[in-house]
Design a protein around this ligand. Structure first.
Ligand SMILES: Nc1nc2c(c(=O)[nH]1)N[C@H]1C(S)=C(S)[C@@H](COP(=O)(O)O)O[C@H]1N2
Ligand SMILES: [Mo]
Length: 494
């Protein structure tokens, strides 16, 4: 009996693996994969304080926690159903592959309920069903398996090897499926050549510090932060943006209409309010879109507050004045907005922390009373001014006692006027070299500093913003209104 259960569990375990893999091959890591649906449920069920704690202590890595949990839950679901079917088919004794058919139907129904009926649903059902059928054959109607352990062992090893090989192939296919699903196609962003030239011009100002990114970040290295483990896939032909709530004339705009409106390209930085002082959730890009104001005016709003709603269920809230200079954005560095940055359309608002700049935006709701969005509900400030920071992202030993420091500095729309460097722990200060300022108000600025040192020392960097204000010295964590303090680092000299 014990041996039988062990064998049943073994086949169920392989069935779970094969099912996960088969589904991944066809759905990829996208919302049609049932594990992503489980993940969304896990995230929704996690209390706010746990989310905050995870972000504060683990940052973006905290996503791996719920992803891992969701993969385990998805696996347990599939292997659990497989196990029940194998055991059941032998208890009842039914002719072989009835258990497999039952397993396939049950799994098809459950995964379809979670993530919709797709080819991936079918693939999962068939994959698990196949392993259950193999189990039924191997264990026989009485569930005892072959009469000699050697045959049992060979079958088990064969099944496991087949399962692993299948999973390997499925993993490769699934990666490709993911890439295909996430790519937004070859349609160029408007005035692409112009924007590419603007990017090249901007990066002429690069101070060429080893290990430091250029003034305008390439899309591949532009940070990405959101509540999802994979971006929502929004079809631009079905997408609309509505302006509703406390307005006299509701508006609804389609993608093509938006693209026909006047085009603007803007240098704009984004920075995540949750980042640590010297973290790198801060980048500047050149964004293409159309100003929101004429559309908003047409709606005749009569409330002073706003809630943006997005396709991933994200909501963010703030005062309407933030929208004054907002750009409905559909291009980034000359390409269509990549999915992870909000395809088809996101909002960008100079002078606001990243979290207000909703990606995949679908609705601008004007409110008469202030409200709280996803992060505001967890206590994060909505309208806090962007804290100034000089990042220290490169420390290079140039040899012969020469050192080079470099980073990007940022102070929201106040701009960066100066970066100061101390190489003696803050006793004395010297001015760093600054890159030519990028056009636009809300941009980062590269800095560089070269000096000589003969012994281990502490470097401290700080900025002065465009209003002459020295970067806040007092250290504070990012919650609830952005990190403050001066970045310091010990540089070892042998
Ligand atoms: N729809 C949606 N928009 C969102 C988010 C989100 O989770 N969902 N995250 C916000 C946060 S916290 C930040 S810092 C910025 C990051 O933008 P990026 O990923 O393009 O760098 O997007 C904002 N917009
Ligand atoms: Mo953020």
């Amino acid at each position: 009996m014990l041996r039988t259960h062990r064998q049943q569990a073994f086949f169920a375990a392989v069935a779970g693996l094969v099912g996960l893999a088969g589904g991944f091959a066809l759905a990829g890591w996208t919302p049609t994969y049932f594990v992503i649906a489980i993940d969304a449920m896990v995230v929704r069920a996690t209390p706010g304080f746990v989310v905050n704690w995870a972000i504060e202590t683990l940052g973006q890595e905290s996503h791996y926690l719920h992803i891992a949990l969701s993969v385990v839950l998805g696996y347990l679901l599939l292997s659990g159903i497989a196990f029940a079917s194998i055991v059941g088919s032998q208890r009842v004794p039914l002719p072989t592959p009835v258990g497999a058919v039952v397993a396939a139907i049950a799994i098809g129904l459950v995964t379809a309920a979670l993530a919709g009926t797709t080819r991936s649903t079918l693939a999962i059902a068939l994959s698990v069903g196949a392993v259950v059928a193999i189990a039924e054959l191997a264990l026989g109607p009485d569930g005892r398996g072959a009469d000699d352990t050697e045959t049992d062992r060979r079958r088990a090893v064969g099944t496991l090897a087949g399962g692993i090989a299948f999973a390997g192939i499925a993993l490769t296919l699934g990666r490709r499926t993911t890439d295909d699903a996430l790519s937004v196609g070859a349609r160029p962003a408007p005035e692409r050549e112009t924007v590419l030239e603007m990017v090249a011009d901007a990066n002429d100002a690069d101070l060429d510090v080893d290990g430091l990114g250029p003034p305008v970040s390439p899309i591949e290295s532009f940070f990405s932060v959101d509540i999802n483990s994979t971006p929502p896939i929004v079809d631009e032909d079905e997408w609309t943006l509505s302006i509703t709530g406390a307005v006299d004339a509701d508006q609804e705009i389609e993608y093509e209409e938006l693209r026909d409106r006047p085009v603007e390209h803007r240098h704009l930085a984004l920075r995540c309010i949750g980042e640590d002082l010297n973290e790198s959730l801060l980048d500047t890009a050149i964004w293409t879109g159309t100003p929101l104001t004429p559309l908003l005016d047409a709606a005749q709003p009569h409330g002073e507050y706003v809630e943006l709603r997005a396709a991933d269920g994200y909501r963010t809230t703030f005062s309407r004045s933030f929208l004054d200079d907002a750009l409905l954005t559909y291009g980034m560095n000359g390409q269509l907005l990549p999915r992870e940055h909000g395809f088809p359309v996101r909002v960008l608002m100079p002078g606001s922390w990243g979290k207000l700049n909703a990606k995949w935006v679908e609705e601008i709701r004007i409110l008469e009373e202030p409200a709280e969005g996803y992060w505001e509900e967890q206590g994060w400030a909505s309208e806090a001014p962007i804290t100034a920071v000089a990042k220290l992202w490169a420390v290079n030993d140039l040899g012969d006692g020469h050192f080079e420091l470099g980073g990007h500095a940022y102070a929201g729309t106040r701009g960066v006027e100066r970066v100061e460097v101390s190489t003696d722990g803050g006793e004395t200060w010297d001015e760093a070299e600054l890159a030519e300022p990028l056009p636009g108000e809300d941009v980062t600025r590269q800095w560089r500093y070269e000096y000589e040192a003969t012994e281990t020392h502490e470097v401290v960097v700080r900025s002065v913003d465009g209003e002459g204000q020295l970067q806040e010295r007092e250290e504070s964590g990012s919650f609830p209104d952005g990190a403050t303090g001066w970045v310091r680092q010990t540089v070892e000299v042998e």
